[in-house]
Design a protein around this ligand. Structure first.
Ligand code: FAD
Length: 443
């Protein structure tokens, strides 16, 4: 098999984590090769433009004011951003009623969650007081024990397990949920638009920033269309195999989602705790849809386009119209069981189910968009889930300490390994910088 050459570090994956790791390593004067399976950079950031120029972010798209690494990147790469439209009333469907503010009993459940999350250190959730018990019960069982009315539990379960962890409340442990809340600084910054993680969007889409980061790497650093298939390693070096050939490097940063890191063939086999961990981090199942209209008709009715539903196929909607777009966009999210059931349906039936939900919220016009665009990240060979991967119940307190532990010359990055803003672009960048720092110290 051909050998492309030797380098100091191979980074697998050109998402935000891999690109940040490569950037930091190149700044250290190291020779780096970024090998990326897809013919593009950005990973879970993917922007498409309709023929008339309407921008759709099919993957990640928002950043918030507390995400400092992303703010630095935006500044450094001179990328323009704009706010998420926020004028008008939100619609919250709750217990058969429609209200504009989060009902007090649901807010109380979120407050209780925040109180518990404050005791969970996001860098070592397994050491939190009561961690074993919290890891051994599902978020659904904790919700049931709050004594809150069923509608409040349903809404919080769908917003938190679904909207944040992209799973159902029966799939995630209480500890995983508390970790995620602690990692993002609380439910308010996580769930919020203005002042929260959904405050700002990228002009030209989130993929554009990834492309700018890639363009900043030295020529020849980035190798697209090169999936890492196998990694042979000794305590001091590694050989990374791709379909086109192999790279020898002193260190490797694996910046790919855990489910895909587990599919690479390692020789020798990964240590049991690392291998076990990778088997316990399934990716989420969220489904993001875009309905494109001639105009943002909901604004005339005084509505912001934001909705949160305790029932129905969609849990959330948002006005996703870019400021200078020729047309208007309502984006919807399905999570957990609803997202799985929608995938069982034929595309036309699924589209109808989503549009019926939008019609019930925003009126007849919502049922007849000019375009309807969906993108299934579960079907993507090089992602296999959405938004991110999470530890299953019981895994934090058993396998969790292996999350960022290097294996010989192999270092682990990717948003799933982040301490802060785990699951977000911000977490991906943090993880890339952290892995690069580990490599720098180890050489
Ligand atoms: C629909 C959706 C909406 C989201 N919304 C938001 C949001 O609004 N804000 C936010 O901050 N985050 C959001 N996220 C999450 C965010 O996109 C991710 O946290 C972030 O992009 C992860 O970056 P990463 O570099 O860790 O992983 P990835 O972006 O997945 O990058 C990994 C890269 O590795 C490549 N790869 C995989 N296997 C191999 C292999 N064997 N060899 C070589 N390369 C390989 C992949 O092709 C990919 O390019 C969303 C995600 C989705 C899918």
């Amino acid at each position: 098999m051909a050998r492309f050459g030797e380098c100091d570090v191979v980074v697998a994956g050109a998402g935000f984590a891999g690109l940040s790791a490569a950037d930091a390593l190149v700044r250290e004067g190291l020779t780096v090769r970024v090998v990326e399976a897809r013919p593009r950079v950005g990973g879970r950031a993917l922007t498409r433009f309709l023929p008339d120029g309407t921008q759709l972010d099919l993957g990640g798209q928002w950043i918030g004011p507390a995400q400092r690494h992303m703010a630095d990147l935006v500044h450094r790469h001179a990328v323009r951003t704009y706010p998420t439209p926020s004028r008008g009333a939100a619609l919250i469907e709750y217990g058969g009623r429609r209200v504009e503010e989060l009902p007090a009993e649901a807010a109380e459940v979120l407050a209780a969650l925040d109180r518990l999350a404050r005791a969970v250190p996001p860098d070592r959730p397994w050491s939190a007081p009561g961690a074993a018990g919290q890891d051994g019960r599902t978020f659904a069982s904790w919700l049931a024990a709050t004594g809150a009315p069923p509608a409040a539990r349903d809404l919080v379960g769908r917003l938190v397990s679904g909207g944040l962890l992209s799973a159902g409340p029966t799939e995630t442990s209480l500890l995983e949920t508390l970790f995620y809340v602690a990692s993002g600084g609380g439910t308010e910054p996580l769930l919020g638009y203005e002042g929260g993680a959904q405050e700002t969007r990228f002009a030209g889409g989130a993929q554009h920033l990834a492309e700018r980061m890639a363009a900043g790497l030295p020529e020849g650093t980035l190798r697209l269309g090169q999936p890492v298939e196998a990694v042979e390693y000794t305590p001091r070096s590694a050989r990374v195999h791709t379909p086109g050939g192999a790279w020898d490097a002193a260190r490797v940063v694996l910046a790919v989602p855990p489910v895909l890191a587990g599919r690479v063939r390692y020789s020798p086999a990964l240590p049991p705790l690392r291998a076990g961990l990778l088997q316990r981090m399934p990716a989420g199942t969220a489904l993001k849809t875009h309905a494109v209209y001639t105009a943002p008709f909901w604004r005339a009715a005084g509505l912001s386009g934001v909705s949160q539903s305790a029932e129905g196929v969609l849990t959330e909607t948002v006005d996703n119209t870019p400021p200078d777009a020729p047309r208007a966009v309502l984006t919807g999210f399905a999570y957990g069981a609803e997202a799985v059931l929608l995938r069982r349906q034929a595309p036309a039936t699924r589209r109808r189910a989503v549009l019926d939900h939008l019609t019930a919220l925003f009126g007849e016009e919502a049922g007849a968009p000019d375009d309807f665009v969906e993108f299934d990240w579960l079907a993507e060979e090089w992602t296999r889930g959405c938004f991110s991967g999470h530890l299953v119940p019981g895994a934090w307190t058993t396998f969790g300490p292996s999350l960022r532990e290097p294996v010989g010359p192999l270092h682990w990055a990717g948003t799933e390994t982040a301490v802060r803003w785990n699951g977000y672009f911000e977490g991906a960048v943090e993880s890339g910088y952290r892995a690069a720092e580990e490599v720098r110290r180890s050489l």
